[in-house]
Unconditional design. Structure first.
Length: 367
């Protein structure tokens, strides 16, 4: 029978992980080295098995923790702007980008790209054909509805886009240069009617938002205003200030600088109530016109975007919306409307598509 000389024992440590160490007695055998080796092998096997269990548990735990954070971008995000540089949509998009960067809301940057061609068709086609829908978002205008209706050949379904966030509804005012000597809507109607097609209105594209309003004025007030399309609202506002055109239907954000400098005059607002920034400017409804018009300022995801990515962007832009900078911008630029996302936003789109279908049919833009 083998005996163990326990008088020659010593402390032995077996480290499984940097933070987990096992301590036990290793016995030094004097009569049966073979048996000792077998005992040690058994102990090591048990300890290595325990180590494997700990590592497996740690890996599962790590995966669970990582998964709890949800989806996040793994590369820069394409941020398409369906309008030209300097306009309201461009300014809004770049402000949102700066808020995300300033507040550290995303580990990956939003990279703005202006695509204004074809009254937004260029942007819609680019987003639809995105190689990576989860890393492609777009800032939209009402051409998000009107361009697919007017150009069925581009085969765009607005409802196929991911409803990330409606950040605001923008407003419109009728503007003229101060040197026209016009200070009221009635004076505008009289002068524009007397000049017929010689009176020029600048806008952001055929059948775009300001073109729709211009058509309304022509059809309901007996005018023959000539509409000239530009690539963006910023260029329109600049040319009105430079007296290259006679009037415009710009958003406040596009014309505000020239208004504050005294170069342009606001005559009427196409809203239900007077705008706080322009308390002395009456609404068209006050002047007897049964018409108001707003433009969505929304962020959408490319068709095919995953639910996880849509949820991420909805959360991201909710933070942007609630930021001090965004709320200040909304107030300064007379933006209206509350935050909207998900199915609520999709339902809103459905109503707007039908409204614009009716408007475009009435103007003869579509059958």
């Amino acid at each position: 029978m083998s005996t163990y000389n326990t008088n020659k024992c010593k402390d032995f440590q077996f480290t499984i992980l940097p933070y987990l160490t096992w301590n036990f007695k290793s016995f030094v055998v004097t009569k049966n080295d073979k048996l000792t080796e077998e005992v040690m092998k058994t102990i090591k096997s048990l300890l290595l098995g325990a180590a494997g269990f700990v590592l497996a548990a740690t890996s599962v735990s790590s995966i669970a923790v990582a998964g709890s954070h949800g989806w996040e971008p793994t590369k820069p995000v394409d941020f398409i702007i369906m309008a030209g540089k300097g306009g309201g949509a461009d300014k809004m998009a770049r402000l949102m980008q700066s808020i995300v960067e300033k507040e550290g809301l995303s580990k990956r940057p939003l990279v703005p790209t202006n695509k204004s061609g074809g009254s937004g068709a260029e942007a819609l086609i680019a987003a639809k054909g995105a190689a990576d829908p989860d890393h492609t978002i777009m800032v939209t205008l009402n051409s998000f509805y009107t361009t697919p209706l007017r150009q069925p050949g581009i085969k765009i379904d607005s409802l196929a886009f991911a409803p990330v966030a409606r950040m605001a509804e923008d407003t419109f005012l009728l503007w003229v240069h101060k040197d026209e000597g016009i200070t009221t809507f009635d004076q505008f109607l009289k002068k524009a009617k007397s000049e017929g097609s010689k009176w020029v209105m600048g806008g952001t594209g055929k059948n775009s938002e300001d073109n729709i309003i211009t058509d309304f004025l022509n059809n309901n007030y007996g005018l023959s205003i000539k509409y000239i399309p530009y690539k963006g609202g910023g260029a329109v506002a600049k040319d009105l200030a430079g007296k290259q055109i006679r009037s415009s239907v710009n958003n406040p954000s596009e014309a505000l600088g020239f208004y504050e400098s005294g170069d342009v005059v606001a005559l009427v607002a196409f809203t239900n109530n007077r705008l706080p920034m322009f308390p002395n400017v009456p609404t068209l409804k006050e002047k007897g016109g049964d018409f108001s018009y707003f433009m969505q300022r929304s962020v959408v995801g490319a068709p095919g975007m995953s639910e996880a990515a849509e949820k991420y962007y909805a959360g991201l832009f909710e933070k942007v919306y609630n930021s001090k900078d965004w709320q200040g911008y909304k107030k300064k630029k007379s933006l209206m409307g509350d935050l909207m996302s998900g199915e609520e936003l999709r339902t809103y789109w459905k109503g707007q598509i039908e409204n614009h279908r009716t408007i475009l049919k009435a103007s003869g833009a579509i059958k």
